[in-house]
Design a protein around this ligand. Structure first.
Ligand code: 13P
Ligand code: SF4
Length: 305
């Protein structure tokens, strides 16, 4: 059944010249039909290079918007229109205008998990894997970091030379776990290394052996000589690592570590979208696109090696 759907997807994507980009939080059956799999930074880099006429983003809305910002000439599809990132909706342009009035001399650095509209008001975007490098590379010392207080706090600790103001946003999936959850998982698996995403709270990050983006966590676990890991991010990463490294053991920090938005997209959603029976084409007005593009271009400039 899965193989059947995958074959239909592969046939249709070839016929319609579609490039499928998939975030690592998608299920393994989707990753198997994707042309590129990555974290938010890798997906943006890939979007800028894709040669196909159509790009389908299996992930959440802000990721599909980033593709459209970078590739206006392409048709950009989001297979499940309701797949949004709640954190991206936590701050709007009016709230940001008030913050800018409060911190008029601060450069505005936005986590890429923001709407295209909000990006129009920001100086540079960052992702979890590129944030520290980009902020270190910036000439500005005073930074207003929006909206994730946890990633902001992590960057602050890594870049003590900068003066960084954070706000109250967070990822509802990552922010609900605490040091207690880490202690419980470590008690159950005393030999396991703890790998967490920087969207987790400071108390969780403090107890971790490694902090990184989704792809950084996966490549760390794959390369490590260790054999047991507790994974402090969305549980799809536990699934992928278990399949890719059957000789190692991966345990979720919690069985409830699930982003329901990321999991909205199913293999069937991908097929329906390719058949023209579902999904949404991302449309941005040119003024918004061009204004938002400045912060994404700056991210790629400062974050690329
Ligand atoms: P990455 O940058 O690690 O892909 O994170 C995106 C995200 O939404 C994590 O919750
Ligand atoms: Fe957004 Fe959190 Fe889901 Fe990532 S895990 S898409 S930050 S809600």
């Amino acid at each position: 059944m899965i193989k059947d759907i995958q074959e239909q997807i592969l046939k249709l994507k070839k016929e319609h010249d579609v490039c499928i980009l998939a975030h690592c939080y998608q299920t393994h059956d989707i990753l198997e039909v994707a042309d590129y799999i990555g974290d938010s930074f890798g997906l943006a880099q890939q979007a800028a290079k894709a040669a196909n006429k159509v790009v389908m983003m299996c992930g959440v809305r802000f990721m599909a918007e980033t593709v459209k910002i970078l590739c206006p000439e392409k048709t950009v599809l989001l297979p499940e229109p309701d797949a949004g990132c709640p954190m991206a909706e936590q701050l709007d342009t009016e709230m940001l205008a008030r913050l800018k009035a409060e911190y008029p001399y601060h450069a505005v650095v936005a986590y890429i998990n923001t709407t295209a509209e909000l990006k129009t008001q920001c100086d540079v975007c960052v992702t979890s894997s590129s944030a520290v490098k980009i902020i270190r590379n910036m000439l500005e010392d005073k930074i207003l970091f929006i909206p994730d207080r946890n990633l902001g706090g992590y960057i602050k600790a890594q870049c003590p030379e900068k003066s960084i103001v954070t706000v109250k946003g967070c990822c509802p999936t990552h922010a609900r776990f605490t040091a207690k959850d880490v202690e419980r998982a470590k008690e159950a698996h005393p030999n396991a290394f703890v790998l967490v995403h920087p969207e987790c709270g400071a108390d969780v990050v403090e107890k971790a052996d490694f902090v990184g983006s989704t792809t950084e966590i996966m490549s760390y676990a794959k390369k490590s000589d260790r054999t047991e890991f507790i994974i402090g991010t969305e549980n799809s990463i536990v699934q992928h690592l278990g399949i890719d490294c059957p000789e190692k053991r991966f345990y979720p920090l919690s069985k409830d570590f699930i982003c329901s938005n990321m999991q909205l997209t199913k293999l069937g959603s991908v097929l329906r979208c390719l058949q023209g029976k579902g999904g949404e084409e991302i449309v941005l007005d040119e003024q918004t696109r061009l204004a938002a593009k400045k912060s994404i271009d700056r991210m790629l400039e400062l974050g690329n090696d």
